[in-house]
Design a protein around this ligand. Sequence first.
Ligand code: HEC
Length: 299
Amino acid sequence: MTPVGRNRIALIALGLALLVIAAVAPIRSPGTTPHARPGLDRMMAFHDTLWCGSLPRSSEAWTTLHDLGVRTLISVDGAMPDVEAATSHGLRYIHLPMSYGVITTEQQRRLVAAAHDALAQGPVYVHCHHGHHRCAAAAAVMTVGLGHLTPDAAMKQMTICRTSPSYTGLWNTVADMTPLPMTEVEQVSRDFPQAVAPRGMVASMTEAQDALDQFKAQKPADWQPAQAARLAEIFRHLQVDAAIESYPPAFANALDDTWKQADALEQELARANRTPGRATTILERLETSCTACHKAHRR
Ligand code: HEC
């Protein structure tokens, strides 16, 4: 074939590819309204090829995502994603479970790095369970972090997604977000899991009780920061556990409250001039937060 013939074929192929993209990707950036799609309750564009929406759970949903050209799904839900269904539709999963509270700097960097790499391969669908709160905040962090949207513009998208104003941690994270320098994005370790198994409520509570009993078996002067760090870890992890999905929003706040007390205790115990009195007061507050949640939410 002559070079001209090859070029012509290449041009025709490109034209066809563009036609296909135009036909299946009608949601442009940034979207002004969430769209329902076959199998998906809602879907909202934060950028040309970055959408946020609800959990795909029918073969119709997988077909919709496939037809839209999506290559990667990023779940920020606590529940384990259906990797098998995704794989059978040619889609790849990344699972970065997220809480309803503040998104830590480390989590922000992982979200941005995952989106950066995934977008290089094709359109990305970010989802949580309902498609209102966490996925919108995650998509906002990604698009602001990559420099595609300002925090104000991203928060406007969150409003359209109906992210609840009561999740102040999510909103504050986005309001304070700045674009990440590419050097920082490159430093993030690329060990993104496909699926993270939740530990569940009972296992976490049993461990929390064990950690608390340890404190009580010792004199406050002997308490170690690592013991408090263990408690803090349990409550930080529970915040991203699927087990909490069936509880009301106040439950997430109660978890956050207990986490804060454990964190404060760790900081107190790590101080050079720590006092047993202050540590005891914080531990009492922590115990009160355990009982308060049990009273309100244990069924
Ligand atoms: C945000 C709410 C919340 C907080 C905070 C909380 N718990 Fe719980 N806890 C629960 C719920 C809900 C259950 C019932 C779980 C179930 O049976 O599915 C539970 C159950 C338990 C159980 C019984 C586990 C079993 O074997 O069935 C223990 C023990 C426990 N919690 C200890 C603690 C301790 C200690 C703390 C504080 C350090 C704490 N919890 C803080 C909500 C909470």
